[in-house]
Design a protein around this ligand. Structure first.
Ligand code: NI
Length: 184
């Protein structure tokens, strides 16, 4: 178990096409553990594999950071009890409903928070590390984190959802972030 460096905007891995996870290997288990450790260390609500430099279809969610009433449905042995975190392997978004607009950030964009519109309700089907089905449906912040992390697997970043005007306004800030990221 280890905390890995989080890749910052400008790192090409954040735009890479991710590959589906095949059989669960020791390396994959280690990656999942490291994702969880890194997410908690950074006090994040979610973290996707590309953010630690691994372009594979897996992300983790900090369930303890989410209010219980936002969980609309949860199925799968890895959600039994009240786990502090969830590992989603090969996730698919099977429902997006409604809309919500609110502040959003990303661990790959330190100190940048912007208003982003997301679906109000999101449902994900995935598997856990044992290959067992996991289904989770949430609203509010849970819906937001579920699609934000899913976007990372598609090489999509939260700034992509901002208006062209807003992106233009942030250009200088983003350029600085890009330079700082590449310098590491
Ligand atoms: Ni992010």
């Amino acid at each position: 178990m280890a905390v890995r460096p989080i890749r910052i905007y400008g790192d090409p891995v954040l735009r890479e096409k991710t590959r589906p996870v095949g059989d669960t290997t020791a390396a994959l288990r280690l990656l999942a553990e490291d994702l969880v450790d890194t997410m908690f260390d950074a006090e994040g609500i979610g973290l996707a594999a590309p953010q630690v430099g691994e372009p594979v279809r897996m992300y983790v969610v900090n369930l303890g950071a989410i209010a219980p009433e936002l969980f609309l449905d949860r199925r799968g042995p890895s959600l039994d009890g009240e786990p502090e975190h969830l590992v989603l392997v090969n996730p698919r978004v099977v429902k997006r409903e409604g809309a919500q607009t609110g502040d959003e950030g990303c661990l790959s964009f330190p100190d940048l928070y912007e208003k982003v519109t997301r679906p109000e309700v999101v449902r994900i089907e995935a598997t856990d590390l044992e290959g067992r089905p996991v289904e989770i449906e949430g609203s509010g912040l849970l819906a937001r984190v579920l699609v934000h992390e899913y976007d990372h697997l598609e090489g999509v970043l939260f700034i992509d959802h901002l208006s062209k005007l807003r992106q233009q306004f942030l250009r200088g800030k983003l350029r600085k972030l890009k330079e700082s990221g590449q310098a590491v």
